[in-house]
Write a protein that binds this ligand. Sequence first.
Ligand SMILES: O=C(O)C(=O)C[C@]1(C(=O)O)C=C[C@@H](O)C=C1
Length: 360
Amino acid sequence: MSEEPLKAIRAQIDSIDDELLRLVNERARAAAEVARVKSADGEVGDFYRPAREAEVLRRVRDSNQGPLDDEAITRLFREVMSACLALQRPLRVAFLGPEGTFTQEAALKHFGHAIHSLPLDGIDAVFREVESGGAEYGVVPVENSTEGMVSHTLDRLLSSPLQIVGEVELPIVQNLATRAEDLSAVTAVYSHQQGLAQCRLWLETHLPGIERVAVSSTAEAARRAAEAPGAAAIASDAAAERYQLTIRQPAIQDGTANSTRFLVLGKESPEPTGEDKTSLVIARENQPGGLAGLLAPLARYGLNMTRLESRPSPEGMWEYVFFIDLEGHADDPALKRALGEMQRLASLLKILGSYPRSVA
Ligand SMILES: O=C(O)C(=O)C[C@]1(C(=O)O)C=C[C@@H](O)C=C1
C-alpha cells in the first residue's frame, strides 16, 4: 500500500477532528448556558429534559444523510448530550443490577455513559431509591416479546408515586456462558427466570435434565457461574465478559426477534413532543361489558391503544386492574377529553406517565 495517499487522508481526518472538537466544546458551552438560564429562572434539581433530548435525536435523525446509519448517529448524539449534561452534574441513575445486566445496557442506551450508575439488587430497590431521592431516575424491565410482562414492575407501578418518563427497547441476545470445557461438563444452568424461559426449547434440546436455577438477574447468574466449574449462565455478552466466562453457545433464545422494553422512572412527566405515549392503569366494578364501556371513549376520540394487560387487583379475589398504553400525551386535547370521560366510569384511573416514544 502506498503511504502518500494515506498520509493525505489522515491529515484531512486530523483537521476534521480539530473542527469536531471545537464544535463539540462550543455545544457544551451552549448547554451550560441553558443550565445557567434555567437556574436564573429559579429551576432547581436536575437539568435533564427527556422531551428536549427526544426532539434533538429525532431532528438529527431526520436530517441524517449517511453514510452513518440513524442508529449510529443517535448513539453519538446521545453521548454528546450525556457529556454536556454531566458538565452540570452527572445524573444518578438506579437500575436492576448487578453490573452487566440488560437493564444496565438499557440505562446506558437511554442516558449515555456520563451518568453515575447505581446497580441495585431488585426492582423494588430501584423504585425505592428514586422515591427517596437517592437517584434522580430508575430503569426497570417491563415486558419481553417472548415472555410477556414483568409483573413485579406492573404491581409496583400501581402503588408508586413515580412517573414513567421514558421507555427503552433493547434487542435481547442470550448466550450460554460458562467456564466448563464443553456442554457435557455443565451440571447446572443459572439465569433470571425470564432468561430460563426465553431459552426453554434450547435447554430441553441441548441440556435435557440439567438443573435450572432462577436467580435475581442474568448478571448474578454469570457471577455464580464464574464461581463453580460445572455451572453455566444464560446471560448477555457484557455479563459474560465481566465475569470472564466463555460463550459456549451464542444466541440461544427461542424467539428469533427477542426484545425487552424497559421503563425509565422519575418524578415528573415530560412535556409533549408530538410523538408520545401515555401509560395508565384502570379498573371498573365487575359488570357485563365493563371493560368495553370503559374503553369506548378511546374509540370515539380516535385514539390508538398499543397495549392492554390485566393483573389481579390488590383489592379483591377475581377482581382485575388493566394496564393500558396509548399513543399521545395526557395533555393532548383529545386524550385529555377521553381520559376525563373514562375517569367518570372508572373505580380507579391512575396515569402512570406520558413520555416520548423511544428513539431507537
Ligand atoms: O435544552 C436543554 O434544556 C439542555 O439542558 C441542553 C441539553 C443538550 O445537551 O442538548 C442537555 C440536557 C437536557 O437533557 C436536554 C438538552
